[in-house]
Design a protein around this ligand. Sequence first.
Ligand SMILES: CC(C)(COP(=O)(O)OP(=O)(O)OC[C@H]1O[C@@H](n2cnc3c(N)ncnc32)[C@H](O)[C@@H]1OP(=O)(O)O)[C@@H](O)C(=O)NCCC(=O)NCCS
Length: 166
Amino acid sequence: MDLSKASALYTVRLLTEDDIPAVYALCRKNTLYYQYCPPSVTPEIIREDMYALPPHTQRKDKYYAGYFREGRLSAVLDLICGYPDERTAFIGFFMTDVSMQNSGTGSQIISDLCAFLKEEGFLRVRLGYVSTNPQAAHFWHKNGFADTGQLYSSERYAVAAAERFL
Ligand SMILES: CC(C)(COP(=O)(O)OP(=O)(O)OC[C@H]1O[C@@H](n2cnc3c(N)ncnc32)[C@H](O)[C@@H]1OP(=O)(O)O)[C@@H](O)C(=O)NCCC(=O)NCCS
């Protein structure tokens, strides 16, 4: 799958370990997110996330990608194709640069991504968000993701599952 076609406005490419400093710089400013989803970010955690895979998926299914505008990293997306089933794409992580938040950037990226994934033959997009994070909950609901009612609790927080049919 050629994720570079997922946005008309941004240059989208897979991120490598060379990009970790830029990803870290973007993430560390999103303090609200880490307040709800501890621990706080480190370059090592980003490196682990770059390679992390859900059960029964392979490296080829994972797209750890950056959205760039004028060479600057604007958003990070971790997408797993074919999880939890063949016709579903899973957003493992999505974050925009704080300096451009609340101006429609995230919604535009997700809208274009969903259109692209539909063209690629996927039937739905699924994700999980920390249920108590008001920013994440509002954003995903606003973008057409509905709670499935499933809640996955860990020691520190609970993750709500949500999905959008394409
Ligand atoms: C969630 C996120 C991706 C949205 O990106 P964005 O570029 O700001 O997206 P948009 O501008 O399209 O939409 C932001 C919406 O969130 C709302 N919002 C922002 N902060 C909020 C808060 N603290 N509580 C409730 N809603 C909030 C904005 O009002 C806006 O909604 P509106 O258009 O109805 O007013 C971005 O805030 C982010 O990266 N957050 C940290 C990471 C994260 O939570 N990712 C999602 C969970 S995996």
